[in-house]
Design a binder for this molecule. Structure first.
Ligand code: G3P
Length: 217
C-alpha cells in the first residue's frame, strides 16, 4: 500500500519524506488555505515546492466547477511538474473533465467521493485515483471503511485500473483497516502516520534492553 501525506505543510511533508516511507502528497483548497497560500502564482509555486521534496504523485485540486474552467486549470497545473495529478471533484462536469484528461494520458484524482456509485463513474471516466473520504463518512454515522471495502471489491470484479486512494484518514486504525481491505493508497495527515510507530511494549522492551545493557557495562 502506498503512503501519501494529506497536507500542504512543507514541514510535515519533509518530516514524512525523511522517514523514507512517503510515496506522494495530496492537497486540497482547504489545506492550501490553512498554510495561507493564495493567488495563482503562489499556489503554483507551492505545488512546485512540494513536488521538489517528494519524487511521487502530488495531487493539486482545480477550483473551477465547469468543464472549460477545470480543463484550463489542469493545463496550468500539469506545467508545474511531471508528477502533478489533477484533482477533480465528483460532479457532472468533473466526470467529463476526468474523461477528457485521461484520454490525453493526464493523471487525475477524483475527489469528494462518498458512494460506490460515484466510484464506479470515476473508474469509467478513467480516473487514475479515486478518493473516498473515510473520516467524513464516519462523521455522519456512516461506515467509511465499508465504502473502501465496497470499492475495492467492485474495482476487482471488473479489473478497473483506477487506484483506491483512501482519504480523510483520521487515526492509525483507518490506515491498518485500509491495508487489510486492499486499498492501493492511503492519504493521511502526519499524525496518524507517526502514530503507527507507537506501541507501549516497544517502549517498555527498549527501556529494559537499555537498562540491562547498562547494568553490565
Ligand atoms: O484531502 C481530502 C481529505 O483527505 C480531507 O480530509 O480530514 O478534511 O476530512 P478531512
Amino acid at each position: 500500500m502506498q503512503f501519501f501525506i494529506d497536507t500542504a505543510n512543507l514541514g510535515d511533508i519533509r518530516e514524512a519524506h525523511a522517514l523514507g516511507i512517503l510515496d506522494g502528497v495530496t492537497t486540497n483548497p482547504s489545506l492550501m488555505a490553512k498554510e495561507g497560500i493564495a493567488g495563482k502564482d503562489r499556489v503554483l509555486a507551492h505545488y512546485k515546492a512540494i513536488a521538489d521534496i517528494v519524487q511521487g504523485p502530488v495531487s493539486a485540486e482545480v477550483i473551477a466547477t465547469d468543464l472549460a474552467g477545470m480543463l484550463a486549470e489542469a493545463e496550468e497545473l500539469i506545467e508545474v511538474d511531471p508528477n502533478i495529478v489533477v484533482k477533480v471533484p465528483m460532479i457532472k462536469d468533473g466526470v467529463k473533465a476526468i474523461k477528457a484528461l485521461s484520454d490525453r494520458g493526464i493523471k487525475t484524482n477524483c475527489t469528494l467521493v462518498f458512494s460506490a456509485g460515484q466510484a464506479i463513474l470515476a473508474a469509467k471516466a478513467g480516473a487514475t485515483y479515486v478518493s473516498p473520504f473515510v473520516g467524513r463518512l464516519d462523521d455522519v454515522s456512516t461506515d467509511g471503511l465499508a465504502l473502501i471495502e465496497d470499492i475495492v471489491t467492485i474495482y476487482t470484479n471488473y479489473g478497473y485500473d483506477t487506484q483506491v486512494l483512501a482519504a480523510s484518514i483520521r487515526h492509525p486504525m483507518h490506515i491498518i483497516e485500509c491495508a487489510r481491505m486492499g486499498a492501493d493508497v492511503i492519504t493521511s495527515p502526519l499524525g496518524p502516520i507517526l502514530a503507527l510507530l507507537n506501541h507501549p511494549l516497544t517502549d517498555k522492551g527498549l527501556a529494559q534492553f537499555l537498562a540491562d545493557h547498562k547494568r553490565v557495562s
